[in-house]
Design a protein around this ligand. Structure first.
Ligand code: AN7
Length: 425
């Protein structure tokens, strides 16, 4: 039954595979694979089957072709969509929303993909799971592997954010730190996984995208398709996944309008954005990607072809932002809305601000920024200038005096959005 309702297909040569295919790429041409739903057989023509269920990834279980009854879940998804009524002014828009993925169980959007892909791993009866990661994938996989009782190996660059490394260790993953980049880590994962018999759970694995597409389903339900969706881009999986979700709903007839996808990359790690800006057809990888936003410090994005399709089909665009713009946006989100997101996530806002400034977004456009990860993933006290910091002995009179002065000068309307500059990354 499940077999009839979906299959796996190569995005290049169209070769098809059954759902129990264990490979990651097409065995004929080596290109990326995607899961294709047979929407005719699924016969879903109204929202009603979803409406009465709790929010989250598995609300859409008929559209996720794995065994729902054997799901490895931590109740991921169902994240808040928050209208920003101060940040929108800073950005220059009438209507701005943040989809806050930091409330997922391990603190990032990766959990949406892992619940589905680890469920698939269990179905395939794999010996163990392995991934390369800038940090969040490792944290998420480690959590779901623990839940599924599967041995887990994570390979990360040694300069990954401390919160993420801590999570991978805490959830019980085997941690391999390399003196090198994410791209080198991914290469190593493919070199060792076969011999170990471990299943690779990077986003080249199409089952990850099958879970992450539910971000698109949720946004479709919450806000519809008449908007622009801004997404930070690293390995190019998430933007492609969100677009897949929207498109499937449109094909089912559940959604009339489709959004435009805006992909944002950091200046020192922007091979995909450059490709789109130059109207190219082939990605030029970067060997030494650099940005403060370690989550998206990626030079060879695996899913660039899928993301390019998402940008072009949706009539979307890309933007490139500097580290300074990213950090200013991160501070603004935190101080104007009380929302804590990690630097990579803030790139989505920085990119939108830039587009407004150069006149490529209209102030009346409705924009949703996907803030992909929680601020506690990457705490960096050296970078932030406090509004006020008093370091004194616990002396009541002294503290009272200092506070009195500060409070008298403090205007919540004009909280200075600033950060402390550090050495380069
Ligand atoms: C917070 O964890 O690649 O474009 O190995 O952690 O789908 O790669 C993380 C990526 C955006 C980019 N925001 O998403 C990893 C990893 C955050 C992220 C991205 C990542 P993709």
């Amino acid at each position: 039954m499940i077999e009839d309702s979906a299959w796996i297909r190569c995005i290049n040569c169209g070769e098809t595979y059954s759902l129990d295919y264990r490979g990651y790429v097409c065995s004929k041409c080596g290109d990326l694979l995607e899961v294709i739903l047979n929407l005719d057989i699924l016969n879903i023509n109204s929202w009603s089957i979803f409406k009465d269920r709790s929010r989250g990834v598995w609300r859409y279980r008929e559209l996720i072709p794995v065994d729902y009854n054997r799901r490895v879940s931590l109740n991921e998804g169902g994240t808040p969509l928050i209208e920003c009524k101060r940040l929108n002014e800073w950005v220059g828009l009438e209507k701005l929303y943040i989809k806050f993925e930091g409330t997922n169980p391990s603190g990032s959007f990766k959990d949406r993909g892992m619940t589905v892909a680890v469920t698939k791993a269990v179905e395939l009866k794999v010996k163990g799971v392995i991934c390369a990661s800038t940090g969040n994938t490792a944290a998420s996989l480690a959590a779901y592997a623990a839940r599924a009782s599967l041995p887990c190996i994570t390979v990360i660059p040694e300069d990954a954010a401390v919160g993420k490394i801590f999570q991978a260790i805490a959830y019980g993953a085997i941690l391999v730190k390399i003196k090198g980049s994410f791209d080198q880590a991914l290469k190593i994962v493919f070199q060792v996984s076969e011999e170990l018999g471990f299943y690779v759970l990077n986003s080249v694995n199409a089952w990850r995208i099958e879970g992450q597409k539910t971000l698109g389903y949720e946004l479709a339900e919450e806000i519809g398709g008449e908007c622009i969706i801004s997404v930070p881009v690293g390995n190019c999986g998430n933007i492609a996944a969100i677009w897949k979700g929207f498109k499937e709903l449109a094909e089912l007839g559940l959604l009339r309008n489709l959004p435009r996808m805006l992909g944002v990359q950091a200046e020192g790690a922007a091979p995909f954005a450059k490709l789109v800006k130059e109207h190219g057809e082939q990605l030029n990888p970067i060997d030494n990607p650099r940005t403060i936003a370690s989550a998206i410090r990626i030079g060879r994005p695996v899913n660039w072809k899928k993301a390019l399709k998402a940008i072009r089909e949706s009539g979307g665009d890309v933007e490139i932002v500097s580290d300074q713009e990213i950090l200013e946006a991160q501070t603004a989100i935190a101080r104007l809305e009380g929302l804590g997101v990690e630097p990579a996530s803030a790139a989505s806002i920085a990119g939108v601000k830039k587009k407004v400034e150069i006149g490529e977004l209209d102030k009346n456009d409705t924009v949703v920024c996907v803030c992909t990860g929680h601020i506690l993933k990457d705490p960096n006290l050296q970078l932030f200038k406090p509004i006020a910091l008093i370091e004194v002995e616990p002396d009541r009179e002294k503290i009272k005096h200092e506070l009195h002065e500060i409070v008298n000068h403090l205007s919540m309307k004009n909280i200075h959005i600033t950060y402390v500059k550090k050495q380069s990354w």
